[in-house]
Design a protein around this ligand. Structure first.
Ligand code: SF4
Ligand code: FE
Length: 501
């Protein structure tokens, strides 16, 4: 049955019998687990947004002619790239957390063009398989996760030289019907909340690492998969009942380790099988899309800025100039993230397959901002919140027949603001800067889509120092300008693409 609403989606996850471990036990039904449910609610919101604002969060499928989630759409123009970012910011604003669907979206956007170019070189049929797979996903309007990050073992060694060959996902057996794969993928966002996942290599591979060059789609309930749920700071608060101490009781992110033990992928769902020379292209295109997808954090930042503005009002000091200045600083940082991300999309261009990809330099700059700016925004939020953000008594104390009244009296800020409201906002700031959603807002901002150094390497590769030195030398009178200097822009390729230079 095709999924339309958030509720349809939640029901579609029931009864799948996934092997999910949490706290040393198998989770009978993830949908009903109080620690897992907030992450499911966040994904459900992507469906509800598509119903409320279809032009933002859905598209007409080129494969089925029906409306499907924008998260399942391959971009065919700049507007598509830009709308992805606008949808991401909106969902960050509505959930205050990671809504988990961008990895899959960015995976098959990159795979769409890479499979085309693989076929062009090798005469394979991966691109057609990819289209058939997408058609199927569109028919059901499924959630598709992307599984890239291998556990990697000894970081100084390539896959084939690892003491344990399972440190990178690899092909263990090939038959004429398909391939079997084993290994593990670490910190997989939203994997348990997905219907399918696309397994991809994590880095550039050489010929001797051919068996690690595998891309395939697997239903998340396929035989041989075990999920081990990742803990988040303060996660058990969601199991204590009540709705204040969780900070954001409704929404949360999800990461889990996925262990693949000889999982079978039939040929129709295999999109790379040994073409090691395309692994780097896939990883680079994926990270180009994904690093500007981190504009999601500007939506989450909007919530934190809002919480900070609300708490200073509840404290009675919204007009103090240093407080206003801090809110301005937070906004400046937040908009810088958004500005670079959406600029990367606006500078998008067409690949051979017809799919559009965003500007690599600006995408990397966006993600690199994200590794720093949310921390500064979080620091300022804690500054504005005051020490109570970390010393607040519990919801149970607030509701205690004897001490509850004392807390309501002594924790009051402005006289006309209920103490409970003030506590709720403080808990939200705690949630986003120290608690469950600090995983998404801070640490995932640091490491998701590649740790800071990965962006610095890319920025370093693209910074064109020779070209810039020449510009300086011409202006300084050391060298003389020629027509070539006027026509060629080596900085981003943007002008060359737009003006066909
Ligand atoms: Fe999407 Fe952001 Fe979550 Fe990544 S961190 S899946 S980009 S919401
Ligand atoms: Fe992420």
């Amino acid at each position: 049955m095709k999924i339309h609403t958030g509720e349809d989606y939640i029901n579609s996850l029931r009864g799948r019998g996934l092997r999910v471990f949490l706290f040393g036990e198998i989770v009978e039904e993830p949908v009903d687990h109080p620690m897992i449910r907030p992450s499911i609610n966040a994904v459900a919101k992507t469906y509800d947004l598509a119903i409320k604002v279809p032009e933002l969060a859905s598209v007409i499928s080129p494969f089925t002619g029906e409306r499907v989630s924008r998260f399942l759409h391959v971009c065919t123009n700049v507007e598509d790239l830009v709308l992805q970012n606008k949808m991401q910011r909106k969902l960050g604003q509505l959930t205050g957390t990671c809504f988990q669907r961008c990895v899959g979206m960015d995976a098959f956007n990159s795979l769409y063009s890479v499979s085309f170019e693989m076929d062009e070189k090798y005469g394979t049929t991966y691109h057609q398989r990819m289209k058939s797979f997408l058609t199927k996903m569109h028919q059901y309007n499924y959630v598709v996760g992307g599984a890239m990050t291998d556990v990697k073992g000894d970081r100084s060694l390539p896959p084939r030289l690892q003491a344990d060959q399972d440190m990178f996902v690899r092909v263990t057996k090939r038959t004429d019907k398909g391939v079997y794969i084993s290994g593990a993928k670490a910190h997989q966002t939203g994997c348990i909340n997905s219907h399918w996942m696309v397994v991809m290599p994590t880095m550039r591979l050489g010929e001797k690492d051919k068996d690690f060059a595998i891309i395939g789609a697997i239903p998340v309930d396929a035989q041989g998969i075990t999920y081990i749920y990742g803990r988040q700071s303060c996660d058990t608060r969601s199991m204590e009942g009540g709705s204040i101490d969780a900070g954001n009781a409704k929404y949360g992110g999800q990461e889990a380790m996925v262990i693949l033990d000889n999982v079978f992928i039939p040929n129709e769902y295999v999109f790379m099988n040994g073409e090691y020379d395309f692994a780097a292209m896939l990883v680079e295109r994926f990270t180009t899309y994904h690093r500007r997808s981190y504009v999601c954090k500007s939506g989450v930042g909007d919530v934190l800025i809002g919480a900070s503005a609300a708490i200073v009002e509840m404290n009675g000091v919204p007009k103090a100039s240093h407080i206003k200045d801090k809110l301005v600083e937070m906004t400046h940082l937040n908009e810088t993230i958004y500005g670079t991300g959406i600029a990367a999309s606006y500078q998008g261009y067409e690949t051979k397959s017809g799919a559009y990809i965003c500007d690599e330099m600006l995408a990397n700059v966006c993600k690199h901002h994200v590794t720093k700016m949310p921390y500064e925004i979080g620091r300022l939020a804690q500054d504005l919140a005051g020490g109570l953000v970390a010393t607040l008594p519990s919801e149970k104390d607030l509701n205690h027949p004897e001490i509850g009244a004392l807390l309501r009296k002594y924790l009051r800020g402005k006289a006309d603001v209920p103490t409970e409201d003030r506590m709720r906002v403080l808990r939200l700031i705690e949630n986003m800067t120290l608690g469950r959603n600090a995983v998404g807002y801070l640490t995932e901002s640091m490491h998701g889509a590649g740790s800071p150094q990965a962006q610095r390497i890319q920025i370093g590769r693209m910074m064109q120092l020779e070209y810039k030195k020449r510009l300086a030398k011409i202006i300084a009178g050391v060298e003389t300008e020629t027509d070539k200097d006027i026509l060629i822009d080596e900085l981003s390729g943007y002008f060359s693409r737009v003006f066909s230079l």
